[in-house]
Design a protein around this ligand. Structure first.
Ligand code: GLU
Length: 329
């Protein structure tokens, strides 16, 4: 398929570390709208590589929340698809294969240090009043990698990276943002930084929509795309969701609650989606009450905002009432 006609593929890739909250649902919604608008595929992928942070029941909770909202995925852990499995803990062989390849090419090496040694390096950097960079302590003769030690990417080209984000425009970061990061941990699981890149590649993801907290890691991701010799997907950074005062990001106290609470409180799923779609995006036109179908038709990345959008529960109540009024008798 030519570049122009390439099928659009997006994914929502939550980590099962707690209940679904508004931020996650908004990311899922935009990824869904963009895929549907372009007759592409929307993937649900569970990123469960951090076993220490995993919360029991959250995978079921994520699936239940998305189903209630009818943000239906085309490929996912429950329904499968051509590039599954869609749960990272079931894909360990794939990560190992790519890790081994990087290692064989001399682009990755085993990290021989103990926690104490690493801590002493950190202290040393602190004393010298500079940011800690692992690569400044890179071992000269690392041991063979047998899976019992972490595997790190060897950043060979220390340079300034420039990249384009479809919302933020041109971004760049200097060598201080580049370090030899961990690809595989000593427990045999990959890091998020590694696993998501392999999965996006294997699953044919064309557009990554995610929160702004990942911008600072992007130079590392770019170094890995280079090491693997692959083209990066498009980056689409979504604006933060701010609390009602617009000053700080939405926290639990301002309403970032378990998403299924809204169902219990009598909100309609289409009202919630309507409300969330307007946080950080505005379509052309004045209409404020829209159906999911209308959102799909209207959706356009160029209208996603850079700055944060306010979370205002009164607005949600109003939108919900309007949707209730429009329900058939
Ligand atoms: N698993 C990541 C998270 O839940 C997803 C980030 C991404 O979309 O790449 O924060």
């Amino acid at each position: 398929m030519s570049e122009k006609t390439k099928k659009i593929v997006t994914r929502f890739a939550p980590s099962p570390t707690g209940f679904m909250h508004v931020g996650g649902v908004r990311t899922a919604l935009f990824s869904y709208l963009f895929a549907k608008k372009n007759k592409g595929s929307f993937i649900l992928r569970i990123e469960d590589t951090d076993k220490k942070r995993e919360v029991e029941g959250s995978i079921e909770h994520i699936i239940e929340s998305l189903k209630w909202l009818k943000l239906n995925w085309d490929e996912g852990p429950d329904i499968g698809g051509p590039n599954g499995p869609y749960i990272q803990s079931k894909r360990l062989d794939t990560y190992k294969k790519f890790a081994q390849e990087l290692y064989n090419k001399g682009l990755a090496y085993a990290d021989p240090y103990t926690e104490e040694e690493l801590e002493s390096f950190r202290k040393k950097s602190e004393e010298q009043k500079k940011a800690f960079l692992y690569r400044e302590y890179r071992p000269e003769n690392p041991p063979a990698w047998d899976g019992t030690k972490p595997l790190r990417l060897k950043i060979t080209n220390i340079k300034r990276y420039e990249w384009n984000d479809l919302v933020r425009g041109n971004l760049s970061a200097g060598p201080e943002a580049l370090d030899d990061f961990v690809l595989m941990k000593s427990d045999g699981y990959p890091t998020y930084n590694f696993a998501h890149i392999i999965d996006d590649l294997e699953m044919g993801v064309t557009h990554i929509m995610r929160a702004d907290e990942f911008i600072s890691s992007t130079p590392k991701f770019l170094a890995l795309y280079e090491g693997l010799g692959i083209k990066k997907p498009e980056f689409v950074t979504l604006p933060p969701i701010m609390g009602p005062d617009g000053k700080k990001k939405l926290g639990k106290r301002d309403g970032a609650k378990d998403f299924l609470e809204y169902e219990k409180e009598g909100y309609l799923p289409e009202a919630i989606l309507n409300f969330l779609a307007f946080i950080g995006w505005s379509p052309k036109g004045e209409e404020e009450i829209l159906t999911p179908k209308e959102f799909i038709d209207l959706f356009d990345i160029s209208q996603i905002h850079i700055s944060g959008g306010k979370f205002n529960e009164e607005k949600l109540d109003w939108i919900n009432k309007e949707h209730i009024k429009r329900l058939p008798e």
